[in-house]
Design a protein around this ligand. Structure first.
Ligand code: G3I
Length: 328
């Protein structure tokens, strides 16, 4: 691959951010992982290191070592950093189970967490997923500890607190299963519309696009992107991966990887057509992906590089599209 232009260079040539989710451990131990990361991606998201659980080993304690390792590595290699996530129902601190908090104490904790964490990285990260996955799959507001304590206003407060300490950072609402137009993305559209009406400082929406048990139709993703952009919100593809079920797996690996490449190509074309300038894949190599440890029924090869560190047809499909595609 010596003389071939790198994916990040082709992306940069058209002001496009091609990113990957990054784990702190392989950054310390895996030279091949680091080589692919710095050579091929101009954008990174911390896969776990900036989440509340990993950051808060105790009520009055912060552990920024993994987060700093990811952020500093990216900045050393001229990569833009997307921070993920300040308020989420998952990966909350383990000691929360024992903590008999009042609603007021939980609100104070969230405010302190947002101020401290977003404040610390204000000049080192480009964007934050301020709130992640606040809408349930049926379109209702997800019943979680923050919603229980503060109602829907926990989203308003979290964005306002982040804006108070990092006003130059772009602030996003991020979710899954809402990539195309459906009941859940309708509910998210209504939610962010209400937030905008309330003057909440939200800059954009992140569509995770985990194309696993379902593959959202590219034209439906395009329609969904358009309606959010019509609200004057930016849209990013934030956690893309593409795996196959026994039902839609062609069976032969090469045939599957060609099918996978066509889907990555189609979504990249949607991005270029609809003014989406950031596409992040949720991991560096197939062997780094969360998919195989969470879903035994799915194929464990959802990303752009295989377990042998080699680029797959999906990698070339995205690169060719960024090199040649003329948006309509
Ligand atoms: O770090 C601990 C380690 O100390 C411990 O020994 C080990 C065994 O329990 O667990 C390690 O923590 C794991 C962490 O990943 C780091 O590897 C957690 O158990 C595990 O649950 C966590 O999984 C992450 C998952 O979010 C948590 O919900 C995945 O890596 C990560 O890819 C996934 O990412 C989410 C996005 O944040 C939001 N959207 C969906 C996406 C996929 O689920």
């Amino acid at each position: 691959m010596a003389d071939e232009p790198r994916l990040r260079d082709v992306a940069a040539d058209r002001d496009f951010e091609i990113g990957a989710a990054v784990a702190a451990e392989p950054l310390r131990t895996d030279a091949s992982y680091k080589k692919i990361l710095r050579n091929e991606f101009n954008y990174v998201t911390a896969e776990n290191a900036l989440k509340m659980g990993p950051l808060r080993p105790a009520r009055h304690t912060y552990d920024f070592r993994d987060a700093d390792a990811v952020v500093d590595y990216a900045r050393e290699h001229d990569q833009t950093v997307r921070a993920h996530t300040l308020a989420w129902h998952n990966q909350t601190p383990e000691w929360f189970q024992e903590w008999d908090y009042t609603d007021g104490q939980l609100e104070d904790f969230l405010r302190d967490h947002v101020h401290t964490t977003a404040g610390r990285y204000r000049s080192r990260v480009d964007a934050w997923d301020v709130v992640n996955e606040a809408v349930a799959d049926d379109g209702t507001m997800r019943d979680n500890l923050w919603y229980d304590a503060m109602g829907e206003r926990y989203l308003d407060r979290a964005f306002e607190w982040a804006d108070e300490v990092a006003s130059e950072t772009d602030l996003y609402y991020n979710d899954y299963g809402a990539d195309g137009v459906n009941e859940k993305s309708d509910a998210i559209y209504d939610l962010v519309s209400r937030m905008l009406d309330r003057g909440v400082p939200i800059d954009g929406v992140g569509l995770q696009l985990h194309a696993l048990h379902e593959k959202p139709a590219p034209e439906s993703v395009a329609e969904n992107v358009r309606r959010f952009r019509e609200l004057d919100l930016d849209v990013q593809i934030t956690e893309m991966d593409v795996a196959y079920t026994p039902a839609d797996d062609p069976g032969d690996r090469d045939a599957r990887w060609e099918k996978q490449a066509e889907y990555y190509r189609a979504i990249t074309e949607v991005c270029l057509d609809e003014g989406v300038d950031t596409l992040v894949v949720w991991g560096v190599r197939d062997s780094d992906s969360w998919v195989s440890s969470w879903f035994e029924s799915l194929t464990g090869d959802p990303l752009l590089f295989d377990a042998g560190n080699d680029p797959k047809p999906a990698y070339h499909a995205i690169k060719e599209t960024l090199e040649t595609y003329e948006p309509n």
